[in-house]
Design a protein around this ligand. Structure first.
Ligand code: HEM
Length: 321
């Protein structure tokens, strides 16, 4: 046994892989949490607000997936807009990434949790490299430059970043699944897809750039006047696309299907509102949607559970130390 382990370790070294080839969820969340100390809050995307709305399906995806929400009709959701980072008091406009998460309760006894970010791709394709990317970001300057030099697979992400201009509203951003999933049809056909939320509303020119909560306040203001809506657009992979690699963009000419509209009509800024207790684990899927083997997707599920375990212990079950 010891001998086999020695051979395994030396072969990993021979192929120049770190021995700690798979970073654990605990280690990952330790890194994301850093020295920040906000008991009860998420260790990533700590700042956020709950929203309520519905998905208005047009039925266009019902022949590709048996998931009930793709039948023509409306399905309610609880959502959460959030900002990347471990500090729930950080200024909205300093966050590098903006996010939207949705939770659907589907009959019978099924759930779908969706968590999306503004970039369309990751910079890297596995959790270990993502860990090293965060280490480099924390070190700053030369370290991050060096990181991207050593990771040519970041090219698509860097191209997006160079062209991305943050908007003046959560409502005006595009949100992306980044990871791919499969739609599963009634006849057993699997289609790899990514999706995005494409904004349908206009700028209301109400952003108070001096406010620490600028985006949250803008959202509350615009929801007093009307709804926030997006087209939910699915992009279909072809045999040329690797659905297990979240760092690679799929060409823009891939077939796209608009499944319907996401319509948000209410916000609740209370830190104890119901979305705050939800773990938006992207592997909580209904029948008709399957995960790919993207290693980042698997790592997300484990890391969200670890973050949830920590915050739930502090918030809901503070009695257990
Ligand atoms: C290995 C990669 C990743 C890791 C380790 C990671 C880790 C985390 C953690 C620990 C949380 C807090 C979970 C909680 O306490 O409920 C979180 C939240 C979140 N993550 Fe990730 N994440 C990863 C990749 C991604 C990607 C690719 C996306 C976008 C497609 C994403 C979008 C989000 C969003 C939107 C939230 C906030 C959801 C909410 O409002 O509760 N993450 N992430």
């Amino acid at each position: 046994m010891k001998f086999q382990l020695t051979i395994l370790m030396s072969s990993l070294l021979f192929f120049n892989l770190p021995v700690d080839a798979q970073v654990s969820a605990q280690k990952f969340v330790d890194l994301q949490q850093g020295k920040s100390d906000f008991p009860g809050f998420r260790r990533a995307h700590a700042k956020g607000v709950c929203v309520y709305g519905e998905f208005q399906s047009n039925g266009n995806l019902s022949s590709f997936s048996t998931a009930s929400l793709f039948q023509k009709g409306n399905t309610a959701f609880i959502g959460r807009y959030s900002l990347a980072g471990n500090n729930p008091t950080a200024p909205d406009l300093k966050a590098p990434v903006r996010s939207l998460a949705l939770s659907f309760n589907l009959a019978p006894n099924q759930q779908w949790r969706v968590a999306m970010n503004t970039p369309p791709v990751m910079a890297v394709k596995n959790p270990n490299d993502f860990y090293q990317q965060i280490v480099a970001i924390k070190q700053g300057g030369a370290a991050i430059k060096q990181f991207f030099e050593n990771h040519p697979e970041s090219a698509d992400f860097l191209r997006w970043k160079a062209n991305y201009l943050p908007t003046s509203s959560f409502a005006l951003e595009r949100y992306h699944s980044i990871n791919a999933f499969y739609l599963l049809s009634a006849s057993g056909q699997k289609q790899a897809v990514r999706w995005s939320m494409e904004p349908l509303v206009e700028d209301i020119n109400s952003l108070n750039t001096d406010s620490n909560d600028a985006l949250i306040e803008e959202l509350a203001l615009r929801l007093e006047q009307g709804v926030v809506s997006y087209d939910w657009v699915f992009s279909f992979a072809t045999a040329q696309d690797d659905e297990h690699n979240p760092a690679k963009m799929w060409p823009n000419e891939r077939e796209k299907v608009v499944a319907g509209k996401i319509v948000i009509h209410e916000v609740n800024r209370d830190q104890n509102a119901d979305c705050q207790g939800i773990n938006f684990d992207p592997l909580t899927l209904p029948s008709g949607i399957l995960p790919t083997n993207d290693p980042i997707l698997k790592a997300r599920s484990a890391a969200y559970a670890e973050s949830y375990r920590r915050r739930a212990k502090e918030q809901f079950w503070g009695v257990f130390k």
